[in-house]
Design a protein around this ligand. Sequence first.
Ligand SMILES: [Zn+2]
Length: 294
Amino acid sequence: MDILTKRETGYVGRFAPSPTGPLHFGSLVAAVASYLDARSQQGSWHLRIEDLDPTRESASAANNIIQQLELHGLNWDGDILYQSERLDSYEQARDQLTLHEHLYPCICTRKETDRVYSGRCLNKAIGDLSQPHSLRFHISESELTIQDRLFGQLQWTKHRDMGDFIVRRKDGLDAYQLAVVVDDIHQGITDILRGADLIHSTPLQVSLFKALREPHPRYCHIPVVLATDGRKLSKQAFAEPISSGTAVENIRRVLNFLNQKNIQGKSVNELLRNATITWNIDRIPKLRGRSEKT
Ligand SMILES: [Zn+2]
């Protein structure tokens, strides 16, 4: 039951960037890998813009990402899904979860919460719900296990590696995990291929899929690109945006990083077409992060 029965209808993949800045090499790696994996299995590939937080994101960044994907030959299927247009669906999902008593209010401040939330407010009777509070999802599983296509079996233990998490923030904004899962269900996503920096989100999302009575997709986490100082390339760490003037070279670098060897092609389309034919995830090093030069 864990594996999607929907998959019998085919592979459905996605790339889901947050528009907090321009596309950098690390995000291009995730985009190309999920694209090739989908296309190599005659699957569809969707683009979702995760623009839930207007304080961090901008329409110009979203448009910039869209343009960069086009210039790199990464053509998606169907319409782009914008999370900012899906707020009703997230509310419906929260209603459904409340109904089955999966959510509880939390009044903790950020200072009071550890990296893994202890469940402090779970059994606290919060009388006055007019005070600012977030809503947390209660993970009922004490352990969760999944089969990752690259890393094999991954296992998490409640309170050690995973804790109850926020689905609606104190400021009323929908939080990342719930929106992702609701959209993955809505788009019929069968396969998630993304950077290993998101591995810690996987058990939280799997628990949500279960609570919403939906099978979860297959997962494949790939190494994130590390800068030479060992830190993850990210917009926060001021990774350089990729240049569309060097699109062919950028795709070559990505294929090299993913250890997909001897791919010929003079254009991005030729390179992607040839890489689709020989795509093999087993060639990707089983590392959570690596720098481009190794
Ligand atoms: Zn709390």
